[in-house]
Design a protein around this ligand. Structure first.
Ligand SMILES: NC(=O)c1ccc[n+]([C@@H]2O[C@H](COP(=O)([O-])OP(=O)(O)OC[C@H]3O[C@@H](n4cnc5c(N)ncnc54)[C@H](OP(=O)(O)O)[C@@H]3O)[C@@H](O)[C@H]2O)c1
Length: 243
C-alpha cells in the first residue's frame, strides 16, 4: 500500500528535511511505501529534492504551486488526485515570516503573511479534509510555531498568523475525531533555515536543525492507527533565542 503525502514548502528548510526523512525511513521499513508530492513556488528546488528522494527509492511528484492562490491550490489537489487517486497525509508546512517592530510592519507585510500562513493553509486544508473524511482515514500536520502560543516583540503579524493556524488545527481536530483523521500541531522554536536570512548565522549555535524537526514528524505519522500525536513541541535546549 502506498501512502500519498502532500507536503507544502518542500523546497527548503524544514519541508526539505521532512521529505528526506520520509525517504530514508522508508528504506528501512518494507511495509512503508510513501509517495511524496512536493510543493513550493520554486520548481528548481523541488525538482532537485525529487531527484534526491528518488535516489533513496521513493516515488515523487514535484508540483510548483503558490498556496496563497486558490487556483494553484485547486490545481495542486487536482493533479495529485489525477496521478495517485487519494491523499493520505497533508503537511501544512509552507509559511513565511516578516520580522519587524510593530510600527515598521506594512500593509504589504500583513497581507503577504496572512495570504500564505492563514489563507493558504485554510483553503488547502478545506480542500483536502473531505477526501480523508470520506475514507475515514488520514493525517494532517500543521507546522505552526512556538509563536503560536508565545509572544515575541518583532513577531506581531507572524504570531497572529501562527495563533490562527493553531486555532485552525484545533478546530479541524474536532472534525477529525469524528471520522478517524489525525491532526498534529507542530510547535517548534528556532530552527536554522533560510527563513532567518542572514540572522540565522548569528544564532546558528543556539538553534535546532531542520532534521531535528523532521524526525519527530515522520515518527508521529508512523504511529499505530489507534494513536494520534496531537501536539509536538520542540525547543532549543537553551530555550527561545529571542525571548
Ligand atoms: N525556521 C524556524 O525557526 C521556524 C520556527 C517555527 C516554525 N517555523 C515554520 O516552519 C515552516 C517552514 O519554515 P522554514 O524555516 O523551513 O522556512 P523556509 O526555509 O523559508 O522554507 C519555507 C518553504 O515554504 C515555501 N513557501 C513559502 N511560501 C509558499 C507559498 N505561498 N506556496 C508554496 N510554498 C511556499 C518556500 O519555497 P518558495 O519560497 O520557493 O515557495 C520554502 O520551500 C513555516 O511554516 C514556518 O513558519 C519555522
Amino acid at each position: 500500500m502506498q501512502d500519498i503525502i502532500l507536503l507544502t514548502g518542500a523546497g527548503k528548510g524544514i519541508g526539505r528535511a521532512i521529505a528526506l526523512d520520509f525517504s530514508s525511513k522508508a528504506q528501512n521499513n518494507i511495509s512503508f511505501n510513501p509517495v511524496l508530492v512536493l510543493c513550493s513556488r520554486t520548481y528548481s528546488e523541488i525538482a532537485t529534492l525529487a531527484e534526491e528522494c528518488a535516489e533513496l527509492g521513493t516515488k515523487v511528484l514535484p508540483i510548483e504551486a503558490d498556496i496563497a492562490k486558490p487556483d494553484d491550490i485547486d490545481r495542486l489537489v487536482r493533479q495529485t488526485l489525477e496521478e495517485f487517486g487519494t491523499i493520505d497525509c497533508l503537511i501544512n508546512n509552507a509559511g513565511v515570516g516578516r520580522f519587524k517592530s510593530l510600527t515598521e510592519l506594512t500593509e504589504e507585510d500583513f497581507d503577504y503573511t496572512m495570504s500564505v500562513n492563514m489563507k493558504g493553509t485554510f483553503f488547502l486544508t478545506q480542500k483536502v479534509f473531505p477526501i480523508m473524511e470520506k475514507k475515514r482515514s488520514g493525517h494532517i500536520f500543521f507546522i505552526t510555531s512556538i509563536a503560536a502560543e508565545t509572544a515575541f516583540k518583532n513577531s506581531s503579524v507572524y504570531s497572529m498568523s501562527k495563533f490562527g493556524q493553531k486555532g485552525l488545527a484545533e478546530t479541524i481536530r474536532l472534525y477529525g475525531r469524528e471520522c478517524n483523521v489525525k491532526i498534529t500541531n507542530v510547535m517548534t522554536g528556532a530552527v536554522y533555515t533560510p527563513m532567518w536570512g542572514d540572522a540565522g548565522n548569528e544564532f546558528k549555535n543556539v538553534m535546532m536543525m531542520p532534521e531535528d524537526i523532521a524526525g519527530p514528524i515522520v515518527d508521529a505519522y508512523l504511529q499505530p492507527p489507534r494513536t494520534s500525536v496531537e501536539e509536538i513541541v520542540l525547543r532549543p535546549v537553551g530555550g527561545d533565542i529571542n525571548s
